[in-house]
Ligand binder design. Structure first.
Ligand SMILES: [Zn+2]
Length: 137
């Protein structure tokens, strides 16, 4: 069986544990996604901006269920804002459809199977899920 292909590898690192492809400026500002337009804090660009692997760990800021979606994603699904331990706040899909997660809840990144590619290649996508066990700290 073929190895699952990660959707949007420009945004996510499918390693173990999975991570986000962010960046850091020489001024110390950390951001997601990686981009070359310039630093939001100091305006630095070019070689001042470097890739940085961001740990997929953080705290839930807010979440909401999407019941109706004009795109191809089947509803319902849950979107959340996660304040990463590494700094940036990211908007992301959450696993499941549970909206009772309290703000401040510890969250971790995970890869979930999604619809295979047209050629049958299995695919995985990045989501955040409530942390369990040792991930809680
Ligand atoms: Zn900067």
């Amino acid at each position: 069986m073929a190895e699952p292909r990660l959707l949007m590898p420009q945004l996510y690192d499918g390693g173990s544990p999975p991570a986000l492809q962010g960046g850091v400026c020489d001024c110390g500002h950390v951001f997601f996604p990686l981009q070359a337009y310039g630093c939001e804090r100091c305006g630095g660009h070019g070689t001042r901006l470097r890739p940085k692997r961001l740990a997929a760990r953080g705290r839930l800021v807010a979440s909401a269920v999407v019941h109706l979606h004009a795109g191809e994603r089947p509803a319902p699904f849950v979107v959340g804002a996660i304040a990463l331990d590494d700094g940036p706040v990211v908007r992301t899909l959450l696993t499941g459809t549970d909206v009772s997660l309290p703000p401040g809840c510890r969250m971790v990144g995970t890869l979930v199977p999604v619809t295979p590619a047209q050629d049958g290649t299995p695919r995985v996508d990045f989501r955040f899920a409530p942390a369990m066990g040792s991930d809680l700290s």
